[in-house]
Design a protein around this ligand. Sequence first.
Ligand code: NDP
Length: 310
Amino acid sequence: MEKVQCLIIGSGPAGYTAAIYTARANVKNVLFEGLQPGGQLTTTTTIENFPGFPTGVEGYDLMAKMREQAVNVGADVRGGFVQSVDLSKRPFVATLDGGETIEADTVIVATGASAKYLGLDDEKKYAGQGVSACATCDGFFYRKKVVAVVGGGDTACEEAHYLSNLASKVYMIVRKDYLRASAAMQQRVKEKENIEILFNTNTLGLFGENGVEGAHLIKYKGTEKEEKFDIAIDGFFLAIGHQPNTAFLNGQLALDEQGYIVTDKLTTATSVEGVFAAGDVADPRYRQAVAAAGTGCRAALDVEKFLAAQ
Ligand code: NDP
């Protein structure tokens, strides 16, 4: 069976940075890119908050550059999806979607998190044409326009607040009759005159000829007061939470109550010795490309130290 010193799972900023660092440290590595090579950033447009790009960089280009850099310094970057891992003993064994197996002395899990969607067909229909799950990525395109944010948690409030400084009007579509967000976040939202909260409201669908032009909503669904109505919007933002991509781990690493991998306070070590986690899969809080790259670097340095100690 093929054996490497470090198996990196995932190809977002965390995975590629870990690949760059381990390759430069002469650690024999392999990175499997997964189902969405380049990760979440490949689905966004211009990134203006990744340092080093004074006029911004397209998400796709940034990830292509990270990949190229990893390959240039000697990383072994491969297509392929890690279907399962056996972390019960070292070397660890990973099984790919094609059935091949590979042994590894260490593993860096950098599989990211995926934004949750409502599951409407229209979300797919208007993907990239008015539907987004990232206000900080795409909000800029809705200057002086009308947008809606779905969700009533901290993320939704944060996104609504962020968008309210760009858009002329922001609707919040909240399915309950209250916001789940912290009091401070609620206060910030309620203080904004151009944010209107639609409580007890669910989304039935979206409409528009060239991209999103509006949403079909329903209030008090399933009750006597049930009422259907439409709102005119240019953008529809999902903020109903993120799901860390950990299913393939099959419960072998400790996760927090939200499903994120728990890491040591000071390092990227997980509950299994020799397994490290980097990026959004272990980050319920920041979820930024540059933060993910930072933890990818840390995970690689942790791997180096771990291998040296063996
Ligand atoms: P949350 O799980 O806290 O909130 C999700 C929101 O989306 C809820 O209002 C929920 O409604 C709603 N929702 C979920 N599914 C659906 C659905 N199918 N249809 C309609 N609405 C739906 O997720 P967040 O991403 O907001 O936050 C995750 C964690 O991160 C939280 O612990 C939060 O506190 C934290 N966080 C902290 C921040 C900060 O401190 N600055 C910023 C961002 C996040 P319902 O209430 O009805 O379940």
